[in-house]
Write a protein that binds this ligand. Structure first.
Ligand code: SF4
Length: 253
């Protein structure tokens, strides 16, 4: 038997064993994906890197699926060097398989922060800017995390106007009217769920109460409509305008 040290613990291994095999036999966790006991190791995934070398001397990272045990070998599986190596290895794997649940779960198990799953957002910020600068709602914002940034809820309240979804070039933000309720979603996450009000003319549901209140608060009274607060859907509004124009023409004749 050969004795090596892993994280300061003396571990016995058979001659010819790899460090990964010795660590696994003693319940010392090392991540790996490309190792299979029935096949020769290849080191392709590079996840199983461990630090070797004396604590006070030159340290290097070597792949534990390939590195063979030898008397007095000192191994560390949780040093800063190993953490940096693992992070790079996980990032490379996720660049090839960004939606892999198995890789993401393994990274989480070993506390390696990795970039979030790709979404269809291109971070153009059109939605964020229009919501803040034009609508004035500040309902969405760029949320920064350790591993990147994404569009998420802001510090304001969504009024369900749908402007963000209309501008979104990739349909990542969407608005759906279902069962008399308007749902605004950012990817798979619902931002707001607001009941739709009826048009006073045709009775169809068409806008949220918050949106109508926002319009009332932000538009000046027209000389012909002062004091009347009617809410009509765009189709009825068009129809009424057309009728009014025709009537005016007849009156002028
Ligand atoms: S639907 Fe909500 S989040 Fe989108 S622009 Fe309107 S207020 Fe902002």
């Amino acid at each position: 038997m050969i004795e090596i040290t892993i994280n300061g613990q003396t571990v016995a291994a058979k001659k010819g064993d790899t460090v990964l095999k010795a660590a696994r036999a003693h319940g010392i966790p090392i991540p790996y994906l490309c190792f299979h006991p029935a096949l020769k190791p290849s080191g392709a995934c590079r996840l199983c890197g461990v630090e070797t070398g004396p604590v006070s001397g030159k340290k290097v990272v070597m792949l534990s699926c390939i590195l063979k045990v030898k008397p007095g070998l000192e191994i560390r599986t949780e040093s800063d060097l190993v953490t940096a190596h693992r992070q790079k290895a996980f990032e490379k794997l996720l660049s090839m398989a960004p939606n892999s649940v198995r890789i993401r779960e393994l990274a989480e198990k070993f506390n390696v922060p990795v970039a979030p799953k790709p979404d269809s957002c291109i971070r153009c910020r059109l939605c964020v800017r229009v919501c803040k600068d034009i609508i004035g709602a500040r309902a969405i914002a760029i949320v920064k995390t350790e591993t990147g940034s994404h569009v998420g809820p802001g510090d304001g309240t969504c009024i369900g106007c749908g402007t963000c979804a209309n501008l979104c070039p990739t349909q990542f933000i969407c608005v759906q009217d279902q069962d008399n309720v308007r749902v605004v979603s950012i990817g798979d996450n619902v931002l707001s769920r607001l009941p739709l009000e009826r048009c006073e003319a045709c009775g169809g549901r068409y806008a949220t109460a918050r949106f109508l209140a926002h319009v009332d608060d932000n538009t000046g009274n027209h000389v012909h409509t002062a004091g009347q607060e009617h809410h009509f859907c765009p189709s009825c509004t068009k129809l009424m305008s057309r009728r009014a124009r025709t009537e005016n023409k007849h009156l002028r004749k």
